[in-house]
Design a protein around this ligand. Structure first.
Ligand SMILES: Nc1ncnc2c1ncn2[C@@H]1O[C@H](COP(=O)(O)OP(=O)(O)OP(=O)(O)O)[C@@H](O)[C@H]1O
Ligand SMILES: [Mg+2]
Length: 273
């Protein structure tokens, strides 16, 4: 039996679209017939858990709306730091073990630095880091200063990913496919946007991530949460499609194709077995 494929959504900056993209990925994989479990490591805020609870409500009305198996892992309340980390590591590993027969485990992490988040990064097969289109977000990867991109210093988040890549390689000789995508892009051309693109594409070679196109800034993303739905559920819930929905769906499908998740391969193996 193959191990579940682990996808982590991570960025220590808040509000960049991690939970929203996690939900879209979960639903896309479910709709392709994969067995998907989701894990919320941002349990205190609980955005993904609430998103899924909203989806369970919608499922009562629209049976086609599929819901993943879901767990939230809370931080330990041990006052001793080492005991707390051991406790959290235990909770995390028990969860992975519990979902060992699933095809995918999609893990949403908080927008800040926690032990659980670091640990999850070291188990990622694919790590997706959404960035909003601003230099404040870019500052999560490198310290933005005047000068050539080759000399920019890695910021804490990029350094952490680097550490977790080493940790994973050491543990299992595995690799992390790190994907950075720009979210909430404005359709207008701006000097800022072009400058971001140039820096990110130079950085992708230097620090080893794939740069993918994400989503434009669209109101629909803020509206979907309340019903726990995604752009992939509009037909199943009888929602009329607008031109903006169609454009957003295209962005989503392009992104899903570029992610190169091993769905087809896995499902084929299962059918043969
Ligand atoms: N492409 C988009 N267009 C418009 N709004 C978006 C887009 N992507 C996400 N949002 C909205 O931005 C807000 C933050 O998104 P989300 O909660 O997914 O980010 P996050 O990275 O998980 O945040 P946190 O770090 O707080 O967990 C939400 O209101 C969401 O609906
Ligand atoms: Mg979130």
């Amino acid at each position: 039996m193959t191990e579940p494929y682990v996808v982590v959504l991570g960025n220590e900056k808040g509000g960049t679209g991690k939970s929203t993209i996690a939900m879209h990925l979960i639903v896309s994989l479910l709709k392709q017939g994969a067995r998907v479990a989701s894990v919320d490591l941002d349990a205190r805020q609980g955005t993904l858990s609430h998103y899924i609870a909203n989806r369970q409500r919608t499922q009562k009305e629209f049976a086609n709306v599929i819901v993943p198996e879901h767990t939230a892992i809370f931080q330990s309340d041990h006052t001793d730091r080492i005991a707390a980390h051991q406790d959290e590591e235990q909770r995390f590993k028990t969860t992975l073990e519990f979902y060992r027969e699933y095809d995918y485990i999609v893990i949403d992490t908080p927008g800040n630095d926690t032990f659980l988040s670091k640990l999850a990064h070291s188990f990622a097969d694919t790590l997706i880091t959404p960035l909003n289109d601003s230099f404040v977000d870019l500052d999560m990867l490198v310290r933005i200063e005047v000068g050539p991109v080759e000399t920019l210093k890695l910021s804490t988040y990029a350094a952490m990913v680097w550490e977790q890549k080493k940790e994973k390689a050491h543990r299992s000789k595995g690799n992390i496919d790190w994907i950075v995508l720009r979210n909430r892009l404005t359709p207008l051309f701006s000097k800022n946007k072009e400058e971001m693109r140039k820096i990110l594409s130079a950085l992708s070679k230097r620090i080893g991530f794939r740069l993918l196109a994400g989503f434009c800034d669209r109101v629909i993303f803020r509206e979907l949460f309340i019903n726990g739905t995604t752009l992939l559920d509009l037909k199943d819930t009888g929602t009329a499609m607008t031109l903006s929905h169609v454009a957003a769906r295209k962005e989503l499908n392009d992104l899903l194709a570029a992610l190169e998740m091993p769905v087809q391969k896995k499902l084929k193996t299962q059918n043969v077995a």
